[in-house]
Design a protein around this ligand. Structure first.
Ligand code: GBH
Length: 500
């Protein structure tokens, strides 16, 4: 029986591989389309307390609660990019990327988080050196201000993203970053994945500061503060810096594609609701000024039934709506995977939570190829569908795919599954661009190299380059995907030969 199953799987897989290979799009990426790779400060830098850097919430969490992290790993040294940035830029050069998306460690620049706490000059010099090298090598920087590493004092003393005060403190940090680096940066990202920041940081406990004692409440306060902080930074840039620096600024929002479990109108409605609760939570305010109506209605209704005196979803004032509306020069989309969504009866009233607010049934199709990450399935056509949905839902904005990538556990150099993932997702993106006329102008592979994958430590590897974490020198070795990505960068084409 077992051997029969294996036999069938083998036949099925042969079929699906040949099918997918045949389906790769042979059109060239449009002229001007940009390719890059991404990293984030806490995941690669190390040097956690060097040269005056302050402690952030990831330093703190990994040191105080090491058991939360796979193998009790942390980012104290990680890829040691604090010392090896020259090597990293050499890798970028070797790859031939158009741009490099990386994030600033707030507490490396402002050890207390506050401007008044003093600027850490070596921290500023570190990023200036990287920018100098990128410029010398003709690689454009795309800088994320906040990729999850909040200065610990702002968490401890201010309450982090649960306190309105953090909005101004973030805005001051953003202004400093524009001031210091903006003459050389054309692409800014305020926040990476507010959904992850707020839902995991302040509801499920899956990311720092791992607060989970007020489910269904704190995450929405966090979302509110992050959106206000984003808008504040956007306006500072727009008024004070954009006229001379001429860059673009936006936010990066992540979501799976939500595929309806069937053609049934209820499943279609549930899938749309899922996209609204994840992507729309942040995209709707920045495009249209306020939260999606479905969130306002559902969270409001449930809050009443739960005995709250007001909705757990905070309300924007009219002035806030006006100030948040339009705060994007492009939309940054992190997309990795797809979920199947079916309608279900609303979950009964009890302790609140965002998943009860949404009340859908989420699953996967067992035929989808897996990765080393429990949440990541290889569903290339999701890329086309989510891009088209963003186009249709938000007035055809410029879209940049700010992350997309595949994890394996071994960090194997012969990573044909990663090659296949990149090829198939980019092929689907070509269909979005040419067949659905979605205005996608760039694609970013996550990640330049294997790095600290948050609670999964070093067990899930997303890199194009492998890093040997047991060697103090942290040597980087190209995987086969480096050659493949390189070839895309030179030919702008996914197959041997493209049509013109
Ligand atoms: C990105 O998030 C991050 O920006 C990056 O730092 C990270 O290294 C990379 O992906 C790879 O993980 O537990 O059901 O809430 C990707 C989007 C969103 C994927 C949250 C994991 C957790 C699903 N992530 N998700 S759940």
């Amino acid at each position: 029986m077992a051997s029969l199953e294996i036999y069938y799987t083998f036949i099925v897989c042969l079929f699906c591989f040949s099918q997918t290979t045949l389906a790769v799009d042979n059109r060239k990426f449009p002229a001007g389309f940009k390719f890059g790779v991404a990293t984030a400060s806490y995941q690669i830098e190390g040097g956690w307390d060097e040269d005056g850097k302050g402690e952030n919430i990831w330093d703190h969490l990994t040191h105080v609660s090491p058991d939360l992290i796979n193998h009790q790993s942390n980012g104290d040294i990680s890829c040691d990019s604090y010392h090896k940035y020259k090597t990293d830029v050499a890798l970028l050069k070797e790859l031939g990327v158009d741009f490099y998306r990386f994030s600033l460690s707030w507490s490396r620049i402002l050890p207390t988080g506050y401007i008044d706490g003093g600027i850490n000059e070596p921290g500023v010099a570190y990023y200036e050196n990287i920018l100098d090298l990128l410029e010398e090598n003709g690689i454009e920087p795309m800088i994320t201000l906040y990729h999850w590493d909040l200065p610990q004092p702002l968490h401890e003393n201010v309450g982090g993203w649960l306190n309105e005060t953090t909005v101004d403190i973030f805005a001051n940090y953003a202004r400093l970053a524009f001031d210091l680096f903006g003459d050389r940066v054309k692409y800014w990202v305020t926040f990476n994945e507010p959904l992850s920041i707020c839902q995991q940081g302040y509801e499920t406990g899956g990311k720092a500061p791992a607060i989970s004692d007020n489910p269904g409440v704190d995450l929405y306060i966090c979302g509110h503060m992050v959106l206000k902080s984003h808008a504040a930074a956007y306006h500072i840039y727009d008024k004070e810096y954009k006229p001379k620096q001429k860059g673009k600024i936006s936010i990066v929002i992540n979501t799976n594609w939500a595929e309806p479990g069937s053609d049934d109108a209820k499943d279609v409605e549930a899938a749309e609701r899922t996209l609204q609760f994840r992507f729309g939570w942040f995209a709707n305010p920045i495009v249209h000024g306020n939260y999606p109506q479905v969130m306002i209605d559902r969270i409001g209704n449930r809050s009443v039934q739960e005995g709250f005196t007001q909705s757990r979803l905070p309300q924007f004032t009219d002035e806030e709506v006006e100030s948040i509306k339009g705060t994007y020069d492009y939309i940054g989309l992190n997309h990795y995977s797809t979920s199947l969504i079916k309608w279900r009866e609303d979950i009964e009233i009890g302790e609140p939570s965002s998943s009860k607010d949404m009340s859908v049934q989420e699953s996967i199709d067992f035929s989808w190829e897996t990765s080393a990450s429990y949440w990541l399935f290889v569903v290339p056509w999701g890329m086309r569908k989510i891009s088209k949905w963003v186009k249709d839902t938000y007035n055809n904005p410029e879209i940049i795919i700010t992350e997309n990538g595949y994890s394996d556990a071994g960090g194997i150099l012969d990573d044909d599954r990663r090659i296949n993932y990149i090829r198939e997702y980019l092929s689907s993106l070509l269909e979005a661009i040419y067949d659905d006329e979605v205005n996608v102008t760039g694609y970013t592979a996550w990640s330049l190299m294997d790095n600290f994958e948050w609670f999964r430590g070093y067990a899930e590897k997303f890199g194009l380059y492998s890093v040997n974490f047991t060697d103090p020198e942290r040597p980087r070795t190209p995987k086969a995907s480096v050659d493949y990505y390189k070839s895309i960068l030179t030919t702008r084409c996914l197959v041997e030969e493209c049509t013109e």
